[in-house]
Design a protein around this ligand. Structure first.
Ligand SMILES: Nc1ncnc2c1ncn2[C@@H]1O[C@H](COP(=O)(O)OP(=O)(O)OP(=O)(O)O)[C@@H](O)[C@H]1O
Length: 312
C-alpha cells in the first residue's frame, strides 16, 4: 500500500535548510494497522503530510497504491486526497464544522465530492458508536465524541488509507482507548490501512507494528507477537534501542536499508566510546560492533572472513 524509499524532505527558509527526512525507508502492507513513534522533530508529521498529499517530498520514492507522490500533478493530488486517503488530526477542529450536526459533518465531504450518501454516513456514525448523537451539533459533543466524528469524516469517501496524527493526543485515556478500538474494528471490517503517528506508547498494544523514526530515518521496528494476547500486558517502558521497550509482547528489530545501513543509538555509541570509526567483527552468524581498541591485533586474527562484512 505504502512504499517509501530513500525519501528526503528538505525545508528551505530564507537562510536555513532543515533536512526533516533523510533517506527514509518504509513499507506498509495493504490492510495493516501500524504506528510511527519518535522524538519531537524526528520527522513523523513531515512523513504523514507527504503520505497525505499535503506536502511534496524533495527526493526519493513515495508510492501509495498506484499513486507516485513525487510525480503527481496538482489535479491528481486533489483526486488522491479526495479518493484514496483520509486524514485525522489531534486538533479535530480542522476537520469539523462546529455549527453543523454530526451527521451533516460526515455528509459534507460526500456532498463536496458529488456523491451524498446519507445511509452510509449513518453507518459510519454507528460504527464509531455515535448513533445516538447524529443530530447533535459539534459544540454539544465532548472532545472524544468530536474525535469519533472526525474518524467517521475521514472514512466518508471510502479511502483505502487513513492517516492519523496524534489521534488520542487531546482526549483522556479511556476515550483514547476507545478510539483505537474503533480504528481496529474499521481496519478489520473494512480492510482500511491505518497509519498512526503518536507519542502514546500504549498504542503499541493495539497495532500490528510500531516503527520508530530517528533523525528523519526509520531506526527500530517492533512487531506484535502472535501470542501477545495471551501474555501479560505491559506498557512501554524506557529501555531498548530508541529508549522504548514494549515488554514481552513485541519483538524488537533494527531496520536496515536497501544497502545494509542501520542506525546505532547515540547512547550505545557513547557507552562504547565510539565516535568516527568502529570495529566490526563477524563470527559467521552475528556481527559485533565495538570501539577501535577492541580490534584484535594482526597476529591474533584467525583467517576469519570478517573484513568488509557490510557497513554500519
Ligand atoms: N514547514 C516547515 N519549515 C521548516 N522546517 C520545518 C517545517 N516543518 C517541519 N520542519 C522541521 O522539520 C523537522 C521535522 O519536523 P516534524 O514536524 O516532522 O517532526 P515531528 O516528529 O512530527 O515532531 P513532533 O512530535 O514535535 O510533532 C523539525 O526539525 C522541524 O523543525
Amino acid at each position: 500500500m505504502i512504499h517509501c524509499e530513500d525519501l528526503v524532505k528538505i525545508f528551505k527558509t530564507d537562510d536555513v535548510e532543515v533536512v526533516a527526512l533523510q533517506g527514509l525507508n518504509l513499507t506498509v502492507e495493504q490492510g495493516e494497522m501500524m504506528a510511527i513513534i519518535g522524538n519531537s522533530g524526528s520527522g513523523k508529521s513531515t512523513l504523514l503530510n507527504i503520505l497525505g498529499g499535503l506536502d511534496r517530498p524533495s527526493a526519493g520514492r513515495a508510492v501509495v497504491g498506484s499513486w507516485n507522490l513525487l510525480k503527481m500533478t496538482k489535479e491528481q493530488l486533489i483526486e488522491y486526497k479526495r479518493k484514496t486517503v483520509g486524514f485525522i488530526w489531534q486538533n479535530n477542529a480542522r476537520n469539523l464544522v462546529p455549527y453543523l450536526t454530526a451527521l451533516q459533518n460526515v455528509e459534507l465531504p460526500m456532498v463536496i465530492g458529488g456523491k451524498a450518501d446519507r445511509a452510509y454516513a449513518k453507518r459510519l456514525l454507528e460504527a464509531v458508536g455515535l448513533e445516538h448523537r447524529m443530530g447533535s451539533r459539534l459544540t454539544q459533543l465532548s472532545g472524544g465524541e468530536q474525535q469519533r466524528v472526525a474518524i467517521a469524516i475521514a472514512l466518508s469517501n471510502r479511502p483505502r488509507l487513513v492517516l492519523a496524527d496524534e489521534p488520542t493526543g487531546s482526549v483522556d485515556s479511556a476515550a483514547g482507548e476507545r478510539i483505537l478500538d474503533i480504528f481496529r474494528r474499521l481496519n478489520r471490517e473494512m480492510g482500511v490501512t491505518i497509519v498512526i503517528v503518536t507519542h502514546d506508547l500504549s498504542v503499541a498494544d493495539k497495532v500490528d507494528r510500531v516503527v520508530a523514526i530517528r533523525d528523519g530515518m526509520t531506526s527500530t521496528e517492533w512487531l506484535k507477537r502472535e501470542d501477545a494476547e495471551a501474555s501479560p500486558r505491559e506498557n512501554g517502558t524506557v529501555a531498548g534501542q530508541d529508549g522504548v521497550r514494549f515488554g514481552d509482547r513485541h519483538e524488537e528489530y533494527v531496520v536496515l536499508d536497501r544497502v545494509g545501513r542501520l542506525q546505532i543509538p547515540q547512547a550505545y555509541l557513547e557507552a562504547m566510546n565510539v565516535t568516527g570509526k568502529a570495529v566490526l567483527q563477524f563470527d559467521g552468524r552475528t556481527v559485533t560492533i565495538g570501539p577501535p581498541d577492541a580490534a584484535p591485533a594482526a597476529g591474533e586474527r584467525e583467517g576469519g572472513g570478517d573484513d568488509g562484512a557490510g557497513d554500519g
